[in-house]
Design a protein around this ligand. Structure first.
Ligand code: C5P
Ligand code: C5P
Ligand code: C5P
Length: 465
């Protein structure tokens, strides 16, 4: 079936439901897709009950109520149909809106899903929040206010990273939000913190690409901003979003010259950003990437419902709590990243690996892996392992890599599914970012096996050239 037909079928399934349970993931994409469906369904007068899980795995299945509500899975489910089948959940009570690689149920139960992986090139870079939005819009064209959350989910899942902006159907959604006045699309320097961080801090954090003489050097960045008349003094606190378009251009051209003068490529130095004009200035809610970090902060620290409340529009007590979670999240992921760099990763040949034990919670292993990798050998995937606090017999595994490594034949989802199953665990995810849970005690053999599988993929990729 085509995408349009599948979205219509999903809308029809929802319209026929008396009540719905929404099962979603605890990251930015999971929380925003849940918030989109929750609002769209509530607006129809159908009661909803949210259930957030860190992942669908045998231990978390118990959180899915055994009742006759429609079970809508967002940002998960496609890769865990075996668990739904084992739990005796029937196909007629399930709707999956996902973008993870699908793994069919072994007993042949055909769960209906709208999955970005099914419809070709234009859909692949669209996260679950994109699919959720298109279903919400089908339910009622007045749901265009939810486009904002859809862009947050997409940006949070790094859908804009490779092309320095959203593409395909995810880009269409951003334009849909812009047409209804909820989103402002702007091109500008590819840095994090454009709405909240003083510009010199923002520039000094640039790592993709690095800006020679500026990255890692906030004082030099402030001096440059004074020299080109954007700062009045080195202690100025202006943020990028406050610059006029003339100032933006002046800054971009000075920085591009600086990158090129150092013989480096300025590719990817300018990216597309998504701002939300109806949110308060200088807050993390003003742009999609900072909003996504706030949702991750809530979800990854076991308060997904705080994130959900922010998505619903709470700007009072819950929002203040989310701000607190964000500060905490930032300081711990910075610490984790430093820990990985300072301790050093073990180079196994084709991958680099580290075990962080019980020092950091398993829910941020993937974020730490991604952020540390930008400071390590970006030609080899990184693998981070850690303990799981409430499951002493399990080890969490997170892997991350870059597009250039995928182009050499690597697929982390395939590697982790294979190696995890062989060691008695389970894994899944994407070619570029995947995770798994494995039994404690088998870490040594597991990492060797992962290394061997990645080595095989590199070798096969070499042959195909
Ligand atoms: O569940 P899952 O989709 O949550 O994982 C999301 C993570 O995967 C993001 O944090 C992001 O780092 C990564 N990702 C990515 N590129 C993709 C898909 C996911 O970097 N195309
Ligand atoms: O799980 P994923 O790899 O997407 O995690 C990366 C998260 O870290 C993102 O939510 C991103 O918004 C956040 N981040 C951050 N500071 C940065 C870069 C990313 O807080 N400099
Ligand atoms: O947990 P982490 O952020 O490393 O997960 C990366 C990707 O792998 C996510 O998309 C997550 O949903 C997926 N994953 C999975 N099965 C697991 C663990 C992670 O599908 N057991």
């Amino acid at each position: 079936m085509g995408f349009v037909e599948d979205v219509s079928r999903a809308a029809k399934i929802i319209l026929e439901a008396d009540a719905a349970t929404l099962i979603s993931h605890i990251d930015a994409d999971g929380i925003s897709s849940e918030a989109i469906i929750s609002q769209a369904v509530t607006r129809l007068g159908i009661p909803v009950n949210p259930v957030f899980v860190r992942q669908l795995e045998p231990m978390t299945m118990k959180h899915i109520p055994d009742d006759d509500t429609l079970k809508i899975f967002t940002d998960l489910g496609g890769g865990q149909q075996n668990l739904l089948e084992e739990a005796g959940i029937t196909a007629d009570s399930v709707l999956i809106l996902d973008h993870h690689i699908s793994q069919p149920a072994p007993g042949g139960t055909e769960y209906f899903q709208v999955n970005s992986q099914f419809y070709g090139e234009d859909y692949v870079k669209c996260s679950a929040a994109g699919i959720a939005y298109l279903v919400a819009r089908k339910l009622d064209p007045a749901n265009t206010d939810l486009a904002k959350l859809s862009v947050v989910g997409n940006v949070g899942d790094m859908m804009a990273r490779e092309n320095h902006g959203l593409v395909g159907v995810a880009r269409w959604i951003a334009e849909d939000g812009a047409d209804s006045g909820h989103i402002r699309i702007r091109r500008g320097i590819n840095c994090y913190g454009l709405s909240t961080r003083p510009l010199h801090i923002c520039l000094s954090n640039a790592d993709d690409p690095q800006i020679p003489g500026i990255s890692g050097k906030p004082a030099e960045a402030a001096a440059l901003l004074c020299r080109i008349g954007i700062y009045q003094s080195p202690s100025d606190q202006r943020v990028w979003e406050e610059l006029s378009s003339e100032e933006e251009k002046r800054l971009a051209s000075v920085l591009a010259e600086q990158i090129i003068a150092n013989g480096e490529s300025s590719d990817g130095f300018i990216a597309e950003h998504y701002f939300f004009p109806d949110e308060m200035e200088k807050t993390p809610l003003r742009n999609a990437s900072e909003y996504a970090t706030m949702l991750n902060a809530c979800g990854r620290w076991a308060k997904p419902k705080i994130g959900e409340a922010v998505c619903f529009g709470d700007r009072g007590q819950k929002y203040r709590e989310a701000e607190h979670m964000l500060r905490h999240h930032r300081s711990i992921i910075r610490e984790l990243c430093e820990y990985i760099i300072e301790t050093g990763v073990e180079d196994l040949g084709s991958i680099q690996a580290i075990h962080t034990g019980d020092k950091y919670p398993d829910t941020i292993a993937g974020i730490g892996a991604g952020m540390a990798l930008s400071k390590l050998d970006t030609n080899k995937p990184i693998l981070v392992m850690c303990s799981v606090s409430d499951e002493p017999n399990l080890i969490k595994v997170s892997m991350r890599t870059y597009e250039k490594v995928l182009r050499r034949g690597v697929d982390l989802q395939e590697v982790l599914v294979t190696a995890a199953v062989e060691s008695g665990g389970a894994g899944g995810g994407h070619n570029i970012a995947a995770g798994a849970y494995i039994p404690k005690g088998c870490e040594h053999d597991f990492t060797r096996r992962v290394n061997e599988l990645v080595k095989g993929q590199f070798a096969a990729g070499q042959k195909d050239r």
